[in-house]
Design a protein around this ligand. Sequence first.
Ligand code: NAP
Length: 321
Amino acid sequence: MDKEYDVIIIGGGPTGMAAGLYASRGRRKTLLMEKAVTGGQIATTSLVENYPGFPEGVDGYELGQMMEEQAKKYGTEVIEAEATALEFDGRYRIVKTTEGDVRAPVVIVTTGAEHRKLGVEGEARLTGYGVSYCATCDGAFFKDQVVAVIGGGDAALDEGLFLTRYASKVVVIHRRDQLRASMILQERAFATPNMEFIWYTVVEEIIGDKKVNSIRLKNVNTEQESILEVAGVFIYVGLVPNTAFLKGIVAIDNAGHAPVNLWMETKVPGLYVAGDARADAARQVVSAAGDGATAAIAADRYLNELQEELRREEVSVANRS
Ligand code: NAP
């Protein structure tokens, strides 16, 4: 890793990889850092069915790897590091990382989001012992057992449907009687014999000594409580954007997203936020990749303007001397 780049991208999901692809094809010296597995959320998705160009769907991990390969092919340097702080030095933005400091006139933040926690008793203690946020990673451990899926969005149904391959029964627990998930997933879920729904219900507690054996539920209309015996609990109650290190640098809305304009520009010149970390995003793989490309195109324009400004300054200094 060098110390100085044209473009630094923080986050290695589809947004970051697309930004890297566009920036490096624009012949900008580009560094992309990822703290965990490249691919972001899709790395733990078994089958991505809504990314154009793959009519049969594509394994999420493989798609992430292909995106990385493509970005690297044109020169994006990909490193494993976590960005811990962002500082400013004139035209440069300095990214402090677990591997040392790096600087560039442009920083594109594509840190995405992580799974929201339910925040109930037993959740933290039993994570890894029956509580999971990744069906693709842990589904096979629950062969012929009953599992609960919490939530009513795309992730709950997508991952719940994946779990029906292993579990004897998948019980989806949702706090309303209307699902938020796309219609195609709802149709599939309702047609799957070993998928059941409990409506108007929330989880109050996850119970188990060394591993999960049941959950305590509450009907939100009647307040009536019940116990459901399950071996696993898969939690999909939304996402929390990874924007903590941007606080105090750019505006962050109540949900933790950074507002940007249509070019992914923040109010800070040279600083872009794209993908799941930004406000008003569609939060799909295809729109995430589109965000990354948009940010890189805007950044390229910004770098051209900076270069022109520097050239004018040099000419004016030369004329004065
Ligand atoms: P989401 O769309 O925000 O859905 C979260 C679900 O959890 C909602 O049904 C919500 O209920 C419920 N919920 C939230 N807090 C809760 C709580 N404390 N207790 C109980 N339930 C709670 O989140 P997501 O499913 O993770 O999806 C996030 C984004 O990624 C979306 O834009 C989605 O389209 C996208 N995504 C797409 C796919 C796909 O296309 N196959 C797959 C995964 C994710 P309410 O409905 O009552 O608010």
